[in-house]
Design a protein around this ligand. Structure first.
Ligand code: NAP
Ligand code: F7E
Length: 336
């Protein structure tokens, strides 16, 4: 039985990855921060078989202690300040967690597991996955983007992810640590945080349909993203760590759609015309926008055999359907 440690266990990807690894027979540990994390109970209910260990990407010693306690075969570093707009307001924190946090975890792995080779074999037994992001491409130099496309990040978040990406490559090259960077394009689900545009739309549509909300206020409707389903993407993370040699991979669907198209489909699913309900407000515009992202995931397809299974339309409908259910349940319990 293999053992995995997941940072960011309370996040969207953390829960899907934990479920997937449990299905594969892994012993799964999740790193949780704070003395009274409000999401702890939710994670324990959803994932009773995952053992939670305390730790924080800001605290080097806590990461070493977590590795010594869990003795993982695989570490998935999913923790981050991940909301792009917040990264302008808290740029230093974003650099510390999303950027330097990766270094702290890699250092912990090096200290606990060692470095270099003995008899031609890698000394360090721990395999490391870094959650890199298509935000690193930012003001894109070419379309579609692949593993060789140069980075041009447009936010403190993107800049911090570029650091995380290169420090992962550097520890692989400097210390012979099995370290992979997955450059994942946007992936969504009913568990997506409500601050991200897809979930904001699916929640808004459900609430408007049920008469709980009158309008939906958004920012840039022209932005285009390569949106896939998070449940598919965590499988790519796992596949990366099963290869004979560590490497970096772009993961996405190869299809892009605008925020406007997402809203149009979501409203149409409940029989409404988006133009009657969506308003834009400069409050939700960004100081520097990423206009258009599109993945060329040829390498993930050919080397890992990875393919997305959920179409754009299915994703939109899955999210709206889940939020309709949630809003009806809330209403039935008198919670608005
Ligand atoms: P998410 O839902 O925002 O989850 C982020 C996680 O990071 C949460 O569990 C959060 O814990 C944890 N965290 C934040 N600060 C921490 C700290 N100082 N120490 C330890 N944990 C901390 O993100 P996600 O969508 O699942 O994404 C997972 C990872 O993939 C992130 O690194 C994200 O940047 C990256 N990524 C995401 C996408 C996407 O489209 N979803 C695409 C590319 C890359 P709390 O609950 O305690 O706050
Ligand atoms: O924005 C536009 C916004 O916040 C998508 C993170 O997981 O994926 C995510 O980052 C687009 C942007 O995601 C609103 O301007 C319009 O162009 O859902 P988002 P993101 O910034 O792409 C990447 C790959 C990550 O790595 C990140 O961690 O939608 N947009 N109106 C809006 N965005 C939001 N949030 N809210 C709006 O009202």
């Amino acid at each position: 039985m293999k053992t995995a440690l997941i940072t960011g266990i309370t996040g969207q990807d953390g829960t899907y990855l934990a479920e997937y690894l449990l299905q594969l027979g892994y012993k799964v540990y999740g790193l949780i921060r704070g003395q009274n994390n409000p999401k702890r109970e939710w994670v324990e209910r959803l994932l009773p078989d995952v053992e939670l260990v305390h730790g924080d990407l800001l605290d080097q010693a806590s990461l070493i202690a977590a590795l010594e306690y869990t003795k993982p075969d695989e570490v998935y570093n999913l923790a981050a300040v991940s909301f792009v707009p917040l990264s302008w307001n808290q740029a230093e924190l974003t650099g510390e967690v999303t950027g330097l946090g990766v270094l702290r975890m890699l250092e912990a792995i090096r200290i606990v597991g060692g470095s270099g080779r003995r008899n031609g074999q890698r000394v360090n037994p721990i395999r490391f996955y870094q959650a890199s992001s298509s935000e690193m491409f930012g003001k894109v130099r070419e379309t579609p983007q692949n593993e060789r496309t140069p980075f041009h990040p447009r936010s403190p978040y993107g800049v911090a992810k570029v650091y995380g990406h290169y420090i992962t490559v550097n520890y692989r090259e400097s210390y012979d640590i099995y370290a992979c960077s997955g450059i994942l394009f946007n992936h969504e689900s009913p568990r997506r945080g409500p601050e991200f545009v897809t979930r904001k739309i699916s929640m808004g549509v459900a609430r408007i349909k049920l008469g709980k909300q009158r309008e939906l206020v958004l920012g840039n409707l022209d932005a285009r993203r390569d949106w896939g389903f998070a449940g598919d993407y965590v499988k790519a993370m796992h596949l990366m760590l099963q290869q004979p040699e560590p490497d970096d991979y772009v993961v996405g669907t190869g299809e892009s759609h605008s925020v406007r198209e997402f809203a149009e489909l979501a409203f149409a699913y409940v029989g409404l015309d988006w133009r009657d309900y969506v308003r834009t407000d400069p409050r939700f515009m960004r100081p520097a926008e990423v206009d258009h992202l599109l993945a060329d995931a040829t390498k993930a397809r050919t080397v890992l055999g990875w393919r997305p299974t959920v179409s754009f339309r299915e994703l939109v409908e899955m999210m709206v359907e889940a939020d309709l259910r949630l809003e009806r349940e809330k209403a039935a319990r008198g919670l608005g």
